[in-house]
Design a binder for this molecule. Sequence first.
Ligand code: NAP
Ligand code: ZN
Length: 354
Amino acid sequence: MTMAKGYAAQAADAPLEPFHFERRALRPGDVAIDILYCGVCHSDMHTARNEWHNSRYPVLPGHEIVGRVAAVHPDAVKYKAGDMVAVGCMVDSCQQCRECTAGYEQHCLRGATLTYNSPDRVTSDITFGGYSDHIVVREEFVLRVPDGLDPMRAAPLLCAGITTWSPLVRYKIGPGTRMAVAGLGGLGHMGVKFGAALGAHVTMITTSPEKGEDARRLGADEVLLSTDREAMKAARSSFNFILNTIPVAHDLHPYLQLLAREGNMVLVGAIEPLPPIHGGMLIGGDRSIAGSAIGGIPLTQSMLDFCAEKNILPDCEVIPIQAINEAYERMLKSDVKYRFVIDMASLAQEKAAA
Ligand code: NAP
Ligand code: ZN
């Protein structure tokens, strides 16, 4: 076991504060990683504040992790000390069921172990995430950061990236697709970048008029203000595909109306009970609503490789870990361009000062 330091919330209404804990000794196949950067996902805040009613305290969030391999168990074969690697939303799964063997570990039939707030498969201890100085992960869940990919900006790809990439691949988004992305935050801005890179016609649907210019810079062809009734009316029946990243339950009707015949809306944000929808809205236009959960390990690696090849990277604001509570408040106000990334060197400085 090694002593670790991070930032954790002790209760739903408590801020994140410095927290000392133990990381496990290396088990066969394990890799120990010194964390350099960790992105700040809205899911971190949902969990720290128990908004999904499943938090087990202390909650130590963070699932957009980039760092260097510090040590490997002698049985581990994929990585060596010094490699630049990454960890996303999962750290373990059964590796044997049909979902795991097909590369859909997030749908493991025995339940994937999430990077934080999830019971370890061996000890049942609750996992602690990436807002910390190091982490121990079995090698199957460690990704290789391709050479040339900026390690800081690569971090958000591990959740915001794969969560938006996965449905775009599944729905074969490409030239000829009229797609829209709802919510220009961490996930949404990657949805725009990926949609543009795949050759789709991309419309950004936002509640924030001031983000219009940014949306175009990120690759959107058009911007639709969801609070503008006339514009929403004019855009009815126009999209084949909507990626909906809005982080809270909301009335889906205004968005469903935007779908063309046989259009699909994929929800990734509202992981909670939704208000009822009128069946006619789906039946009338042969429309569908679907969901999508992160993405499997093979797809995550191929997304990282694609991003390195095409030089696609998130827009980030680097923060010290001491600014995490303020960052949450800003995220709540949709005031983030477009992902906070914690520079973990700030944690070491704190240690030196202590
Ligand atoms: P984020 O950075 O906070 O972005 C969300 C954006 O949604 C905001 O910037 C805002 O964009 C818009 N928005 C916020 N509140 C809204 C409201 N009440 N009505 C309409 N639009 C609203 O969040 P994120 O990190 O991208 O995460 C988005 C959601 O996805 C979170 O709920 C997160 O937990 C979830 N998530 C799911 C998965 C998965 O596997 N399915 C993975 C990761 C995250 P505008 O200013 O443009 O309106
Ligand atoms: Zn996330």
